[in-house]
Structures are given as structure tokens and as C-alpha cells.
Design a protein around this ligand. Structure first.
Ligand code: AG3
Length: 279
């Protein structure tokens, strides 16, 4: 039998992966969650038909969303993850000894439960006692935070459905308020390549620019996301993402990574001309 999963990356482009087995499927209060087993990418988590992660390439996304800001803010102790219910970002954060606590605010508890059951390599970070789980809407949670966090990681879905509010001006403004005076916010920023995604990214970036004094975009190659060319937003009150990055200090931590490294840190902020023009 020939079983394929396809995601429309545009109305005219379909990305397909051969599936061995559908391991789980559930319609939650918020979204449909599917766990699929594939030969090429291992297990995958799909939300409302969109690939959130695969076992084969999630290291790229999670290393880039965590190590880039952690290498700039070298003394981040209190961290907030908005979304991230699969545990991948939490797992990378738990590798830092100086991290004291991570509040993880996920709107859909089922994402955490299902990740724990089916994606143990991604969800393994949840076992650390420094992680505190809140099952709430991040947009509401952040309204009540002030001067609390060194780093906020917005590990969201695309800018529609349950994640929509995490791309608004109100949300970015509240993140600014929730951060300490040298705090950093990073967020997953979609792809610059296809028009609709590029437009979402551009709009998000313009809103962040209005809320933060320092705001840059960096990139990574993530094979299973639309176009494979993915962006992250880096917004900061004090530290500059490359000028305040100390490669030696990060190398001295001796963290073993498969994607991120000190050269790539600087390189990831160098953007193609067509992307610069969108900013
Ligand atoms: N969050 C961003 C996934 C976006 C993928 N979009 C798509 N396939 N259309 C990933 C969450 C991983 N922690």
C-alpha cells in the first residue's frame, strides 16, 4: 500500500512524505493532532495538517530557536516558552546549567501528553524539575507578566488558528514588558519564499520593530517546512545578536550541537537580498 502525507505549501505546491503508519490522531478542543511514522523523517507531529516537527530535522529548528539567544544573553536564568508543547525547545534549554526555571505556556495540554507518549526524543526535557507547565493561552498569560524574564521563546504554530494571537502587536508589546531590562525575545518567523508566508513574516517583523529597540532576523534550513528556508526573529532590549556575541564563551560551554555553531551564529544573520528587501 502506498500511503502519503501531503501538505499544501501554496495552492499550487504540495510537499509529500511517504508514511509507514498513522500512529495516532485526535481532534482536541483546539486542533487536530496527528502522529505519523515515515521512513525518511521518522515520526512526525502534524497540527491541522501542517508539519510541526519530524524526528529527523527538529534539531535544526530547536537548536536555532534556543542557542542563538542563549549565546547572546550568557546569563539567562528565567525563561518563558510560549507554545513549544512538544518539548524540543525545553530540551535544548535544559542543557544550560545557569537556567534556573522555564515556564512553558502551551494552550493545548494534549500536545504535551501526546508528545510525551509518541515523541520521547523531543519531549525528554519535560522530566527536568526546572520546567513549569501552564496550560493556558500565551496571549493572556503574558498580559500579567512584568520585568520577569531574561528570555522569551515564542515557539508557535503558523499565524492562523490557535497561534494567531502570537503574531499581534499587543502580544509583542506585552513580551517587551514581561522581559527584564536586558531581555531577549525570539520567535519562529515563517518562510520568506512564498508570497503568503513572506507577507506574514514581514508583518510580524514590522510589528516587532515598533516594540523593541533591536530587532533582527536570522535564518536556517529546515527541510520539512515550506520552501525549506525558515526565519526566526531576534528582538532585544540591550544585546545585539552579533556584536554582543562572544564565540569563545559559547565554545567554552562545550555543548555538543548538530547544527548550531559559533560561525553559523554570525552567518545566520546574513540575509539574501530579497529577504533584506522585505524587512
Ligand atoms: N513551529 C513552527 C512550525 C511551522 C511549520 N509550518 C508549516 N509546516 N506550514 C514548530 C514547533 C516546533 N516546536
Amino acid at each position: 500500500m502506498d500511503l502519503w502525507f501531503s501538505e499544501f505549501h501554496t495552492p499550487y505546491v504540495k510537499f509529500s512524505i511517504q508514511i509507514d503508519k498513522q500512529l495516532y490522531s485526535e481532534q482536541t478542543e483546539f486542533q487536530r493532532i496527528d502522529i505519523l511514522e515515515s521512513k525518511e523523517f521518522g515520526r512526525m507531529m502534524v497540527l491541522d495538517g501542517y508539519v510541526m516537527l519530524t524526528e529527523k530535522d527538529e534539531f535544526i529548528y530547536h537548536e536555532m530557536i534556543v542557542h542563538v539567544p542563549m549565546a547572546v544573553h550568557t546569563n539567562a536564568k528565567r525563561i518563558l516558552i510560549i507554545g513549544g508543547g512538544d518539548g524540543g525547545a525545553a530540551r535544548e534549554l535544559m542543557r544550560y546549567k545557569n537556567v534556573e526555571s522555564v515556564d512553558l505556556v502551551e494552550i493545548d495540554k494534549r500536545v504535551v501528553d501526546i508528545s510525551r507518549e509518541f515523541l520521547p526524543k523531543t519531549a525528554c526535557g519535560f522530566d527536568d524539575t526546572r520546567i513549569h507547565l501552564f496550560f493556558e493561552d500565551g496571549l493572556k498569560f503574558i498580559r500579567h507578566c512584568e520585568n520577569e524574564y531574561d528570555l522569551i521563546i515564542v515557539d508557535s504554530t503558523d499565524p492562523f488558528g490557535p497561534g494567531e494571537g502570537l503574531f499581534t502587536k499587543e502580544f509583542y508589546g506585552n513580551c517587551y514588558k514581561a522581559l527584564k531590562e536586558d531581555g531577549i525575545m525570539v520567535n519562529q518567523h515563517e518562510s520568506p519564499f512564498y508570497d503568503e508566508d513572506a507577507f506574514a513574516m514581514q508583518r510580524a517583523h514590522q510589528r516587532i520593530v515598533k516594540s523593541f529597540p533591536i530587532s533582527r532576523v536570522y535564518q536556517a534550513h529546515i527541510p520539512t517546512y515550506p520552501s525549506g528556508h525558515w526565519l526566526f526573529g531576534f528582538a532585544s532590549k540591550k544585546y545585539h545578536p552579533t556584536l554582543d556575541f562572544d564565540a569563545k564563551k559559547w565554545n567554552d560551554l562545550k555543548l555538543k550541537t548538530r547544527y548550531y555553531n559559533a560561525n553559523l551564529h554570525n552567518a545566520s544573520f546574513a540575509l539574501p537580498n530579497y529577504v533584506e528587501e522585505l524587512m
